[in-house]
Design a protein around this ligand. Structure first.
Ligand code: ZN
Length: 140
C-alpha cells in the first residue's frame, strides 16, 4: 500500500457481479484493507443471513428491478487475497426494503463505488471456532 491511504470512486459495468468487479479492482490496485460503500441498482441480487445456531448461511435471490439503497462492507485478506464482506439494503418497485449479507451472484444495472483504503497492518480473515465464520482476530 502507498504511504498515504487512498480513496477511490468508480462505477461498475452493467451486468457485472458486484463481488467480482470490486474484487478485481482491489487486486489490480493492491487495496488490501478498506471500507466500501456502494449505491445504484441491480436486476439480480442474492442476500441472506447467517443462522447462528445452525452455523449456516441462508440466502434468497431476487431477480427484479432493485435499488441498491445502501451497500456497505469492507475488504481485507483471506487466504492472502483481497476478500469482500458486503451487506446490502435493496429496495423493490413497491419501495419495500430487503436486507442482509450480500453474496456473489448479483447483476449490476448501474452502481457507484467508494472505497476508503485504511493504513496499518493487514487484516486477515481466519476461521473462528466460536462463530464458525472467517473473522479478523479480535483486538478490542
Ligand atoms: Zn455478512
Amino acid at each position: 500500500m502507498p504511504a498515504k491511504p487512498r480513496r477511490f470512486m468508480f462505477s461498475l459495468p452493467r451486468r457485472s457481479d458486484i463481488h467480482e468487479a470490486v474484487t478485481r479492482f482491489c487486486v489490480k490496485n493492491k487495496v488490501r484493507k478498506g471500507w466500501i460503500n456502494i449505491l445504484g441498482a441491480a436486476d439480480v441480487a442474492k442476500i441472506g443471513y447467517y443462522d447462528q445456531v445452525r452455523r449456516k448461511y441462508y440466502d434468497r435471490t431476487f431477480k427484479e428491478e432493485l435499488e441498491i439503497v445502501s451497500c456497505i462492507g469492507n475488504v481485507s485478506l483471506k487466504d492472502g487475497k483481497p476478500f469482500l464482506h458486503l451487506h446490502a439494503a435493496l429496495g423493490d418497485t413497491k419501495l419495500r426494503t430487503w436486507g442482509g449479507h450480500l453474496f456473489p451472484g448479483s447483476s449490476v444495472f448501474a452502481a457507484e463505488v467508494f472505497i476508503q483504503e485504511v493504513a496499518g497492518p493487514a487484516l486477515k480473515r481466519e476461521p473462528d471456532a466460536s462463530t464458525g465464520l472467517a473473522l479478523w482476530r479480535c483486538r478490542a
